[in-house]
Design a binder for this molecule. Structure first.
Ligand SMILES: Nc1nc2c(c(=O)[nH]1)N[C@H]1C(S)=C(S)[C@@H](COP(=O)(O)O)O[C@H]1N2
Ligand SMILES: [Mo]
Length: 427
């Protein structure tokens, strides 16, 4: 017997939990990241009997809705206070550096709201479909659920993702430079079926989608896209949409800028021309070097980022390491991801692991035996149209530096001998 679990001196289960939490928090503060065996109490290491083996754990249903381990409290959405004037019209960023695979856990999906989160009672929910149609519709949530449905995994990227980096390296962490992207499995009705049910007039060309939030955010969508692969989704990752993501229904517009994925969807109007709403004139247009603005940049160009190592996930020592990242393209499938360790002079193909889907994130890995020297880490996505993710310099040549949106330039992380990582640019 290694130890006596029935020893009278053993503290209560709740005290043990408190001690464990304190130890975890200490390790976290000291290293800036999750606990590691080297920081811990050797008494808990095999072959000793650890604290958690000496007590009964919580029973079932003590946690009716499961939450991550308390030791993962640092894995959260974060915002940048100075970025926006108010939290109601703001953005929180996905902690990409703490995630793996391609699916973003629902509670970690970045949020972008123009007027806060609308709280909609599904019993009072209605979706109106009108305009140039034969038969206007008013659909309840139950009506939507009665239509044939599909499941699709797609990325959603805000057009403003990496928007703070146009004038140079700015924010230290891929959560902030690239965290306005998430990739989720949606369940919903193909928009085509709803439009067919209403019956389109022959002059129908555009669709207006409007949200039920205090911004009543609205955008014009070409009918061609609406009839192609758009969904009215009511589920994400199997469960109903989260309030932050548009509960009870949102538009899914695969490959297109996040702004057009209208949340809390309440109205679809069919017309014969675009409406030129605020979100497609004053916002979400791209000011070019010439001073002219480009309108309707719907598609998100191929992009990638190394999520680890990155400023928030430094390396803890020399030796074998897995460089990991995400790539996506709004035009189709990712065909290849290249990784460079020397700021783009030499490239090698990374390993793509897991699903490779249309207009979805892919996960890539590049293995490296790090000898402690400084590296300039980059990744470069290539999609199945042959499009190659450009350098930031190449992008600025075409776009100038007055843009906010659609910055898909190659990101550089400088890995220092200490293992720390910085956001830099190479020329
Ligand atoms: N009704 C409504 N829909 C909206 C928004 C909004 O503020 N209101 N924000 C848009 C923007 S700019 C983006 S990038 C995406 C963000 O989706 P998410 O919050 O699920 O990440 O939703 C879009 N749909
Ligand atoms: Mo956005």
């Amino acid at each position: 017997m290694l130890d006596d679990p029935a020893s009278a001196s053993r503290p209560s289960a709740s005290r043990r939990r408190f001690l464990a939490a304190a130890a975890g928090a200490g390790a976290l503060a000291a290293s800036g990241r999750g606990a590691n065996a080297a920081d811990g109490n050797p008494k808990n290491l095999p072959p000793n009997v650890p604290e958690w083996t000496r007590v009964l754990g919580d029973g079932v249903a003590v946690r009716p809705y499961g939450q991550p381990s308390k030791f993962e409290k640092h894995v959260v959405r974060r915002d940048v206070a100075w970025l926006t004037a108010s939290p109601e019209s703001s953005v929180s960023f996905t902690p990409l550096h703490e995630l793996d695979g391609i699916i973003t856990p629902s509670g970690l999906c970045f949020e972008r709201h123009h007027a806060g989160i609308a709280e909609i009672d599904p019993a009072d929910y209605g979706l109106m479909l009108h305009g140039l149609v034969d038969k206007p519709l008013m659909l309840t949530l139950d009506d939507l659920k009665r239509f044939p449905r599909v499941n699709r995994i797609h990325f959603l990227e805000c057009a403003a993702n990496s928007g703070m980096e146009w004038r140079g390296a700015q924010l230290n962490g891929c959560q902030y430079t690239h965290g306005m992207v998430h990739c989720v499995e949606y369940t919903g009705v193909p928009l085509r079926l709803l439009l067919q049910e209403a019956g389109l007039k022959t002059n129908a060309k555009w669709l207006l989608a409007e949200g039920a939030d205090a911004a009543a955010m609205n955008r014009s969508i070409p009918l061609e896209k609406a009839l192609d692969d758009c969904l009215v989704a009511y589920r994400m990752n199997g469960e109903m949409l989260r309030p932050e993501q548009g509960y009870p229904a949102r538009l899914v517009v695969p490959g297109w800028e996040g702004n057009i994925w209208v949340k809390w969807l309440r109205r679809l109007k069919v017309g014969d021309q675009p409406w030129y709403t605020r979100e497609e004139t004053s916002k979400y247009t791209d000011l070019l070097a010439s001073g002219r603005a480009r309108k309707f940049t719907f598609e998100m160009d191929a992009k990638s980022v190394i999520t680890s190592p990155s400023p928030q996930t430094p390396l803890r020592g020399k030796g074998f390491t897995v460089i990991s990242g995400l790539a996506w393209s709004g035009r189709g499938k990712i065909k290849r991801v290249d990784v460079s360790l020397d700021g783009g002079r030499n490239w090698r193909a990374a390993k793509i692991d897991g699903l490779v889907l249309d207009k979805a994130c892919v996960r890539f890995y590049a293995e490296h035996d790090w000898n402690g020297e400084e590296l300039l880490l980059q990744s470069r996505a290539v999609d199945d149209t042959g499009y190659v993710q450009p350098t930031k310099a190449a992008l600025r040549e075409v776009r100038g530096i007055n843009s906010i949106y659609h910055n898909n330039g190659i990101q550089t992380w400088r890995l220092l001998p200490s293992g720390e990582v910085e956001n830099v640019e190479v020329s």
